[in-house]
Each structure stands twice: as structure tokens, then as C-alpha cells.
Design a protein around this ligand. Structure first.
Ligand code: GLC
Length: 547
């Protein structure tokens, strides 16, 4: 079994990481050139989002061929070299498997379109009136989830973009094809996999209209999903590798089953409830202030229940679909450094496997694009138009995008303060935030007080103290909204972690004695305040250990 419990995982979005050949788009050789940097973060695995052959309608999540490298990103030799050179540095690669759907440019779909029965059964085609889709389900990128093909007189299902056709997992041939893809990459030396929206793979027997929502209740954690995952893992021989499933609108009960080792499904899951606490009535495109009580409640419940039932959480704030956490829950002006470090501490000392998304370790912020022309993401552009149709003004819609667009996480990695942030030597495919002049690897590397060096401490602590990996967890100051605090315990050792989510000083409901404990890490200079802690400074984070 891979040691995923003691590991930290670094996520790379290749298009925005490092451009080695001067075309303004990041590539595999760019990643290779930065392996020493990644190693310096103390991470064990690198998860790269897809670089496979793809028309790039959804930046590679629309795969045309699972075994070929998109020339934009490099060659198969480059990928092999990446795996090898990361391996020499003690890091394993995790590749991103988009198995819920393929691009409509995939050979399977093309053959289905030409009427080959075998391949039509690889997808979800339904008869129906050309004017009336089989159900009223909505695509997650906006608009109907069905597309009509006049030549076949059938509709096909696409839960995402119209160019991302859902695969028919009920067909064993489809499942076998996908197992082959896993074997192919395993043989190349890949050490793990991230499975894209994998809890959507099992569709219901009967397709019916959803009168309450967009259809997701019928196919999220669908009827055969656990069976399919068990089979996929067992038959493709990946049971001893590190695996993470991206779970869309999932439940705690299902995530326990996905990750309980006795079930032989996955190592861990990404769930997103804690990243919806600033949605208004669950709607991403309506802004609301973060509900800190709800955030705490979710983190606490998932921590407790996963521990009780042998499940395992992936711990994360950021990825290529999320706005930057410091812009979201922190303060990018007055307390940029403090709040970024606090958010890091909060996640990294919990029970689970932490993920760092490229640039998070620098405290990168949302880029603040001002014009719709600056956006590249299909979801953002679709919803911009939907918001206008629904009556928002252009300025209002742009403000929503500035806070909610997936492009917030996709601006180029900030390597230095130079013209193109050291990402490329020409205008990149997506704009660079002005703040790269001071938020960048080069400046932070040499600064002992930087966010970057703080993240390096966090990963080192996890390696050094098994209590962080495996300790039991209980929560402190449960009903104090501003404070997220917990105690971890293991073999007589204790670790106490306190985080102030607010940009103001808070007085603890009950003062905390840390007599007999040592300060392990904190985001403010150490103060000699005796053995009692009464207040936390704005966004303060502090951890004590008793060995
Ligand atoms: C996942 C990916 C996202 C993609 C979607 C469809 O949510 O993270 O980027 O658009 O799946 O594949």
C-alpha cells in the first residue's frame, strides 16, 4: 500500500505552470525544469491535470486519446522523462483519468456517430423527439445535458460541455477499455491516479425528469458506482497505488465507503461542501459572505466521521476549478501573509492527506480580470451570458466572475517579478496578475518569513510527527465562530492547533493553558506570554505540542 497517509501531494495545472518553449503555454519540459523546486516543498507525489490529446474545449478534460500526449504539451518521451526524473527525486507522478466522458473527437465517439452499433453502446444515446430532450437535466456548464444528432435521430448525454459525451459504464467493454488505459500508464511508471468526477459514472436504469433540481440526484453516487470502482481497482492492478476520486455533490456516507480500505475502492476523496459556504442558496453564481459556522461544522463532521469509520479525507482549499483561498477566506491587503499561512496550517495539521495547488504555497491571489475577453474557461464564459440573460448588468456579472471563475486558479505560476513572471518569455495564454512583482518564488525563496517557507515547514512537520498523520482528533471552542481549533492525540503525545478565521483580535471563550507544551509553529513572531493563551491576533494560527 502506498504511504499516502504520510504524504503531501502537489497539484500542477501544466498549461499554467512553466512554459519551456516560448509559445505562451506551459508544458511537460517546463515541469521537468522545475522538479528541484517541487522537491524543495517536501512533497511526495505530483498530480498533474490532463495533458493527453484533446481539442482543449475544457482544457484537457475533454480527452481525444488517453494514450497520446497533446503536442502542445510535449511528447511521450517528455512524459517518460518526467516520470523518471521525479522518481529519481523520490516523487511519484499521479495522472488524471477523465473516465466519466470523452471528447466527442475521441475515435469511439466518431465511430458511434457513423452508426457503428458497438461504439454507440459506449455512450448514452436515447431516442426521442428532436424538439424534446429525453429528460430536463442541465449540463454543469449551463444549458441542457442532451444533444441531438440528426443523422442518428438520437440524443446523447453530456453532463459537462456538449463536446464531452458521457460514457456508458453499464457496458463491460467500456470498463475494460478504461482498465487498459490504467495498465498502460502503470507500466510507464506512474504511481497513482486522480479520477475526475468519478462518482458520476453510474447512471440510473430509468431516465426521468428532475422536478427538484438539475438531475444530479439521479446520477451522483449512482446505483453501481461502488461496484464499478471495486472492479476497476482490482482488475487493473492499481490497488496498491495512491488514488483519489473527485466526488461531485457527494455524501459523507458514500465517501466513507469509497475510502474504507476494507472496501478496496480508493485511497481518498475530494468533496466540495466546505467550498460552497459562500454560495447563496447553494448557487455558485450568487455571491454571499462565507458562513464560518457552516465551514467549521462541515470540517468537524467530515473529520470525525471519517476517523470513526476508517475513511480518509483529501485535505484541500485550492485546485484548478476553485478561486484562490487567500482571496476567498483571507485578506489579500492587510493580512495577506498571516491569512495565507493560517489557512495552510488549518488544513495541513488535520487528519487526511493535504494537497497544495501550484502557487498556493506563495499565497497567490485571484487575478482580478476586468473584461470578459480576459477569461478562457468555458464554464465562466457560458455563465457570464446566462447571468446577463437573467438580468445582471455586465459589471455585476464580471464581479461574480472575479470571485467565482475557475480561471482564478489558472493564472500562470509566478516564478519571478519579470515581465511574464518567469512563466514564459512571451505573452501567456491567460493574463498574469500584477502582484507577481512581489508574490513569486524567487523573492519568497530567500525570505525566512515567506508563505513559501512556511508551507515547507508544514510539510516537514507532517513527516516528522506521526501524530499529524494518524493522531485522533477532537475539537476545541466548538461554538466560537471565529476560531477553528483542534487537539490531536497519539500514544500520550498531544498537539493543539488554533486558527483565527477573522481579521480581528479575538478573545478565547476560555483561556487555554499550554503549560508543558512547546510551540511547534505559528504565523506571528513568538511572544513570551507565559503559559496561558487568552487572545488570538488577526488570522493568527498557532500549534503547540506535548511529547
Ligand atoms: C472536474 C475537473 C474540471 C472539469 C470537469 C469535467 O470537475 O476538475 O476541471 O471541467 O471535471 O471533466
Amino acid at each position: 500500500m502506498a504511504d499516502f497517509k504520510g504524504s503531501t501531494i502537489y497539484q500542477i495545472y501544466p498549461k499554467s505552470f512553466c512554459d519551456s518553449d516560448g509559445d505562451g503555454i506551459g508544458d511537460i519540459r517546463g515541469i521537468i525544469s522545475r522538479l528541484d523546486y517541487i522537491k524543495s516543498l517536501g512533497v511526495d507525489y505530483i498530480w498533474s491535470t490532463p495533458f493527453f490529446l484533446s481539442p482543449q474545449k475544457d482544457n484537457g478534460y475533454d480527452v481525444e486519446d488517453y494514450r497520446r500526449v497533446n503536442p502542445q504539451f510535449g511528447t511521450m518521451e517528455d512524459v517518460e522523462e518526467l516520470i523518471e526524473k521525479a522518481g529519481e527525486r523520490g516523487m511519484g507522478l499521479m495522472f488524471d483519468m477523465v473516465f466519466n466522458h470523452t471528447s466527442t473527437r475521441h475515435e469511439w465517439f466518431q465511430r458511434a456517430l457513423s452508426g457503428e452499433k458497438k461504439y454507440m453502446d459506449y455512450y448514452i444515446f436515447r431516442d426521442g423527439d428532436p424538439q424534446a430532450p429525453p429528460t430536463n437535466w442541465q449540463s454543469k456548464f449551463g444549458g441542457p445535458a442532451w444533444e441531438y444528432v440528426p443523422s442518428l435521430r438520437k440524443w446523447y448525454l453530456h453532463l459537462f460541455d456538449v463536446t464531452q459525451a458521457d460514457l456508458n459504464w453499464n457496458n463491460p467493454e467500456v470498463r475494460n477499455e478504461l482498465k487498459d488505459v490504467l495498465r498502460f500508464w502503470k507500466e510507464k511508471g506512474v504511481k497513482g491516479f486522480r479520477f475526475d468526477v468519478v462518482n458520476l459514472i453510474s447512471k440510473p436504469e430509468v431516465f426521468e425528469d428532475d422536478m427538484e433540481g438539475d438531475g444530479r440526484r439521479f446520477y451522483s453516487d449512482g446505483p453501481r458506482v461502488h461496484e464499478f470502482l471495486k472492479e476497476l481497482t482490482a482488475d487493473s492492478g492499481i490497488g496498491d497505488m495512491v488514488t483519489v476520486g473527485e466526488m461531485s455533490s457527494t455524501s459523507l456516507e458514500h465517501c466513507i465507503r469509497y475510502t474504507d480500505p476494507a472496501e478496496h475502492e480508493l485511497s481518498m476523496c475530494f468533496s466540495f461542501h466546505h467550498l460552497k459556504v459562500d454560495y447563496k442558496n447553494g448557487n455558485k453564481w450568487e455571491l454571499a459572505k462565507p458562513d464560518y459556522r457552516r465551514l467549521k461544522e462541515l470540517l468537524m463532521t467530515w473529520q470525525r466521521k471519517m476517523a470513526e469509520h476508517n475513511g480518509w479525507n483529501a485535505l484541500f482549499w485550492c485546485n484548478h476549478d476553485q478561486p484562490r483561498i487567500v482571496s476567498r477566506l483571507g485578506d489579500t491587503d492587510r493580512y495577506w501573509k498571516e491569512s495565507a499561512k493560517m489557512l495552510g496550517t488549518c488544513i495541513h495539521l488535520l487528519r487526511g492527506t493535504p494537497y497544495i495547488f501550484q502557487g498556493e504555497e506563495l499565497g497567490m491571489t485571484n487575478p482580478g480580470y476586468n473584461k470578459i475577453e480576459e477569461y478562457r474557461d468555458v464554464e465562466s464564459i457560458n455563465y457570464y451570458h446566462i447571468m446577463l440573460q437573467e438580468g445582471k448588468t455586465e459589471e455585476e456579472a464580471l464581479e461574480v466572475l472575479r470571485q467565482r471563475s475557475r480561471d482564478n486558479g489558472r493564472s500562470p505560476m509566478q516564478w519571478n517579478s519579470g515581465e511574464y513572471a518567469g512563466f514564459s518569455n512571451r505573452e501567456p495564454w491567460i493574463g498574469i496578475p500584477a502582484n507577481h512583482t512581489f508574490i513569486n518564488v524567487e523573492d519568497e525563496d530567500g525570505d525566512p518569513d515567506s508563505i513559501l517557507n512556511y508551507y515547507r515547514k508544514l510539510t516537514a512537520l507532517r513527516k516528522r510527527y506521526p501524530i499529524i498523520q494518524e493522531g485522533m482528533i477532537e475539537f476545541l471552542y466548538e461554538d466560537q465562530e471565529e476560531v477553528f481549533a483542534y487537539r490531536r492525540t497519539r500514544n500520550g503525545q498531544e498537539l493543539i492547533v488554533l486558527n483565527n478565521f477573522f481579521g480581528k483580535e479575538v478573545t478565547l471563550q476560555k483561556e487555554l493553558s499550554h503549560a508543558g507544551y512547546r510551540r511547534l509553529i505559528g504565523n506571528y513572531p513568538q511572544e513570551d506570554s507565559g503559559t496561558m493563551l487568552r487572545t488570538l491576533r488577526p488570522y493568527e494560527s498557532i500549534a503547540f505540542i506535548k511529547e
